[in-house]
Design a binder for this molecule. Structure first.
Ligand SMILES: N[C@@H](CCC(=O)N[C@@H](CS)C(=O)NCC(=O)O)C(=O)O
Length: 202
């Protein structure tokens, strides 16, 4: 198998996942800034023109970072990053979706409406970026209330794929300059723990 990789948050989510699993797979770097994911060859692998894509030995291509992570988990079940018991699986799925549909979406809105990369793809509206920023701060405060029970990781006692999704959101927060509110000490603790993992640099 081979991973079509790029210097961007979603490919990084898969790289972190691989690092947490202790796996290495061949990678081809795609220069998305230069349109490398919009070539006919790449579009044949993912018609949305986005990285990452995992190409299997039989030619099947799996896009969507979380789908790739699920495939890798099925192949390599330990350490389990999607949970093992029904309760763990449900809880981790809940948090992964919350991380993606709430925080990643809010921070992503800022990127979409401010980054030059998206200028010819969407009508960039400064008020949308501002709304994304306000929403991000609101969500970080909400998350702080959730983590106030002292649990080490977002879905409970064990590090999971929901934390990995959180890592990509916090990374994008760096680029969009969304600072953790001073009062959100539990988010700050969780954020520090994420950055201390060797996989942060994957
Ligand atoms: N939902 C997809 C999103 C993939 C995505 O947006 N990839 C971006 C990099 S983070 C990309 O390759 N963009 C290139 C382009 O749009 O030309 C996933 O989770 O993999």
């Amino acid at each position: 198998m081979k991973l079509y990789n790029a210097a961007a948050p979603n490919p990084r989510r898969v790289r972190i996942f691989l690092a947490e699993k202790g796996l290495e797979i061949p990678m081809t770097d795609v220069d998305i800034m230069a349109g490398g994911s919009r070539t006919p060859e790449f579009l044949a692998r993912n018609s949305l023109g986005e990285c990452p894509v995992l190409e299997l030995d039989n030619g099947t291509c799996i896009a969507e970072s979380i789908a790739i992570c699920r495939y890798l988990e099925a192949l390599h079940p330990t350490p389990a990053l999607f949970g093992t018991t029904p309760e763990e699986i449900g809880r981790i799925e809940m948090w992964n979706r919350r991380r993606e549909l709430k925080l990643s979406d809010a921070v992503g809105t800022i990127a979409l409406h401010t980054f030059d990369f998206f200028a010819d793809r969407v009508k960039q509206v400064p008020a949308m970026a501002e709304a994304g920023r306000e929403r991000s701060i609101r969500l970080l405060n909400w998350l702080d209330g959730e983590l106030a029970d002292g649990r080490p990781w977002v879905a409970g006692d064990d590090f999971s794929v929901a934390d990995i999704t959180g890592m990509t959101a916090m990374l994008l927060s760096d680029f969009t300059r969304v600072a953790i509110p001073d009062t959100a000490t539990h988010v700050a603790r969780w954020n520090a723990a994420l950055r201390a993992r060797p996989s942060w640099n994957a």
